[in-house]
Design a protein around this ligand. Sequence first.
Ligand code: NDP
Ligand code: 3PY
Length: 327
Amino acid sequence: MSIVISAMPKWRFDASQVIVPEDWDIRFINPSTEKELILACKEADYLLVPASTPEINANVLRNITHIKLIQSVGAGFDRIDTQTAATLKIPVANVPGQNAKSVAEFTIGLMIALQRQILVADWEIKAGRYGEIRKILFKQGLNEIEDSKIGLVGLGSIGQHVARILHSLGASVSYYDGRRQLPETEAQLQVSYKSLAALLADSDIVSLHVPLNDTTRGLIGQRQLELMSPGSFLINTARGEIVNQTALAQMLETGRIGGAAIDVFTPEPPKSENPLLNLSPAARARLIVTPHIAGVTVGAMRKMLQASLENIARVINGQPPANIVNR
Ligand SMILES: NC(=O)C1=CN([C@@H]2O[C@H](COP(=O)(O)OP(=O)(O)OC[C@H]3O[C@@H](n4cnc5c(N)ncnc54)[C@H](OP(=O)(O)O)[C@@H]3O)[C@@H](O)[C@H]2O)C=CC1
Ligand SMILES: O=C(O)C(=O)CO
């Protein structure tokens, strides 16, 4: 009998969609403290965690060194102290790329919603201002994606899918991918490399697709927001900590940033005092917020869960796990 502790809640674990071996004992937990998490792991061999919570810090790891695999059911693994896990020889794995198409589609939806003011139109009509908003939007001069310059920060699984869809829509796409240029991918996707500063200054829409790590925490701060083209849009479906929320709120207030779509917050769920949730009505109309659902589709959830369970099965069967992120 293999005991798997799932911090992935039962309501997100659709057993009818995946194959779970009969001799596995999957125990669902919803720990509110480190102590609870450690205690729950005492008898377990494997730990299954969603990509965004709970935090698996050094203290937790030191108390669960018997765990044979920590499996993130997602692309991200930033809530896990992977370095300490490596020192303690606890492998951590993710399921890369499985929700990339879902995030990419959602991102394109946000791009069009921001550029065409879809949510603003919806609010105004429901508030009885059909004629007024129709006139305003006619006069505003809304753009097609084809006429837009789009900057992607991060050209991994998600960034590449976004670029592929944008190419079919005729957009002009540039990217910044940190340490390196990707000549083959550039040719395939017809995207051009820019420095971060140039990308921010030249894009009508900037969309973030980098993992949260030491190089990306605070990557889009006050200075970078000021570099963005006046009236341009920012989309963050990556992680909240990559963007300075206070600076973004200020830029939305002044209208210097034309609009933003935010799927991820610091922390999650956001606190009531979060500056992005306390904007003036005018600035609020420039902001679309969603509850970390860019990757949430039935297909993506099924693929991520299945790949995660298969990875645990590999270890049970004496094979090394796939997609280890902390060698
Ligand atoms: N909102 C949601 O529901 C979801 C959010 N996400 C978030 O999106 C992130 C990206 O996912 P995915 O595309 O699958 O991940 P990938 O690892 O495939 O791609 C990330 C890319 O970002 C690059 N990168 C790393 N550091 C930097 C940097 N400092 N500056 C610029 N580029 C950098 C990586 O380069 P290199 O390979 O060289 O490190 C890589 O090309 C996830 O880590 C997760 O946080 C993911 C899924 C769902
Ligand atoms: O896969 C990820 O990293 C996610 O954030 C899914 O919610």
